[in-house]
Design a protein around this ligand. Structure first.
Ligand code: PXP
Length: 243
């Protein structure tokens, strides 16, 4: 099934990054979630990292209570994060690879190489009614692994596309388009995200099978200059124009 409207999930982690720089409670990611809800965002994404460098445990319930938008919790495949997800029951849990020393989520989850470790976590999230998404590189073997794991959603990592230059851009875009089509053909809903900006979002948004984009760092950065609402509205307009 080809979705007509592409959803925009806004990752509000970096509002918390700025808050944490001073150790207080301003700016509050909850206020960002409320603004996203008020201006037509389709979801809130937040990554509770092992080191709690941005979103903290107590933020999750506050974010969930603040709006009716679905929460997409990005989480590492650990027992600690599983317990937190089962306690908070977000709408969706996006399983991401996580290394303490990385600046951001640098690569996709190796769903193919880690089947046995991921299978019980995917199953327990699924049994709790949480929609599981796997954040994977746009590679056939990772889509096949997601199928074996029974994941209803994959989020295709757009970082390689976002960082590509010259002829590599078209090649990376082709990979995203092909893997979105492969996922959809096999009953998996494809999402995409990472490193998307006003300048590079449209070719991705034009991939017809994609149902959702998750965008954070750039939007929060733009919000410093224009405010969060205009930033979200501009991203929304670019996505709509690309469809
Ligand atoms: N999707 C996933 C799974 C992510 O880990 C991230 C980064 O936290 C994003 C989307 C958003 O990426 P960016 O902040 O570069 O827009």
């Amino acid at each position: 099934m080809i979705p007509t409207r592409l959803r925009l999930g806004v990752n509000i982690d970096h509002v918390a990054t700025i808050r944490n720089a001073r150790g207080g409670d301003h700016p509050d990611p909850v206020r960002a979630a409320q603004i996203v809800a008020a201006c037509g965002g389709d979801g809130i994404t937040a990554h509770l990292r092992e080191d709690r460098r941005h979103i903290r445990d107590e933020d999750l319930a506050r974010i969930q209570a603040a709006t009716d938008l679905p929460l997409n919790l990005e989480m590492a495949a650990t027992e600690e994060m599983l317990a937190i997800a089962l306690r908070h029951k977000p709408h969706a849990a996006c399983i991401v690879p996580e290394r303490r020393e990385e600046r951001t989520t640098e690569g996709g989850l190796d769903a193919a190489g880690q089947h046995n470790r991921l299978a019980p976590i995917v199953a327990r999230l699924h049994d709790a009614g949480i929609r599981v998404s796997l954040f994977i590189a746009p590679e056939e073997r990772q889509i096949e692994a997601a199928m074996r794991l029974g994941a209803p959603v994959v989020e295709l990592h757009t970082g390689e596309y976002a960082h590509a230059e010259g002829q590599d851009v078209a090649r990376e875009l082709r990979r995203l388009a092909d893997m979105a089509a492969l996922a959809a053909k096999n009953g998996i809903e494809p999402h995409a995200g990472h490193g998307l900006t006003y300048d590079n979002v449209q070719p991705v948004a034009a991939i017809p099978q994609l149902a959702e984009l998750n965008i954070g760092h750039y939007l929060i950065g733009e919000a410093i200059f224009t405010g969060l609402e205009p930033a979200v509205l501009k991203m929304r307009a670019l996505m709509d124009a690309a469809r």
